[in-house]
Design a protein around this ligand. Sequence first.
Ligand code: NAD
Length: 352
Amino acid sequence: MSVRKILITGGAGFIGSHVVRLFANKYPTYTIVNLDKLTYAGNLENLKDVEKKSNYHFERGDILDIEFLNSVFKKHEIDGVIHLAAESHVDRSLHNPAEFANTNIIGTLNLLCAAQAAWNGQFENKRFYHISTDEVYGSAEHGGFFTEETPIDPRSPYSASKASSDHFVSAYNNSFGLPTLISRCSNNYGPFHFPEKLIPLMINNIINSKPLPVYGKGENIRDWLFVEDHARAIDAIFHKGKVGEVYNIGGNNEWKNIDLVNLLCHIMDKKLNRREGTSAGLITHVKDRPGHDLRYAIDASKLISETGWRPEVTFEIGLEKTVDWYLANTTWLNNVTSGEYLKYYTNMYQER
Ligand code: NAD
């Protein structure tokens, strides 16, 4: 395969920035185009080390703007897409489902249309790779693991919007022959994670001695994967995955939320030279999220057997790296939490 001009959407977000970094560094002969609207979750500060590279380009814009998408495909002669742009936070989806439907479903459909128009039936050496989530499978509360054959059963507006976008991607493969790939990954953690999500939220609140909100009893179980391992899996699937297929990605690393928060408290007490138990004293049980899925659990054996990918970073090392990164990057943390960052970049990159 000689795909060389890759459009990465959502490249200024958490996972997207790691994917952009990996591709820009590992494939110096590729053109990497990062297309991002820079919502509250998008932050070019995540890519400071990449932005000077000659193979990297940034296009600020909205996947809801089809003319803009067509122009980007044309301008950069795009022959591969890795689509991460999305509204990604379940809690926000409960308050504004329509925004999730627009961005995640219509945005994905627009991107499919733009690829179809640009490639015009010439699909050799082309790839349209859609990044999805294990949440589309619903809750594995009765045991077992999600495989690629597990029926889709989304239960939050976020997962419903992602499931719908997955179906559109499959439909474009089936109906028009668009060379698509889909992957569904479990929960990611690591540097540059916006501090509304569990792990960075807890780290930030521990640093600031603020209450640590845990939904219900904290019994919900999630499988956790270090974000750089997800980026490596995306690389493996983009280059070695079979067109038309779905791949699960997971860390085989299940944790109850309450156990994870206690572990973080323990690590942070040591790092901050606080008395053991200081941070755990901040844990506050709050009313559970409506429709909160009890357990997500991924079987990633198809990906492992077909591509040779495996997670490389243990949870112990990954958490330590993550905590160290947040402690060393308090300016980043303060900027994204104060909203200053968004204002700054809105001024720098005028709205189109
Ligand atoms: P994120 O919220 O950190 O980043 C999303 C990015 O998309 C941001 O940079 C944002 O500016 C951009 N964006 C949003 N709306 C846009 C629009 N209309 N046009 C252009 N850009 C837009 O999300 P993330 O956690 O990095 O997740 C990336 C992808 O991976 C998402 O599709 C998500 O569903 C999926 N995913 C995430 C996880 C996880 O644990 N975070 C797990 C599995 C799958």
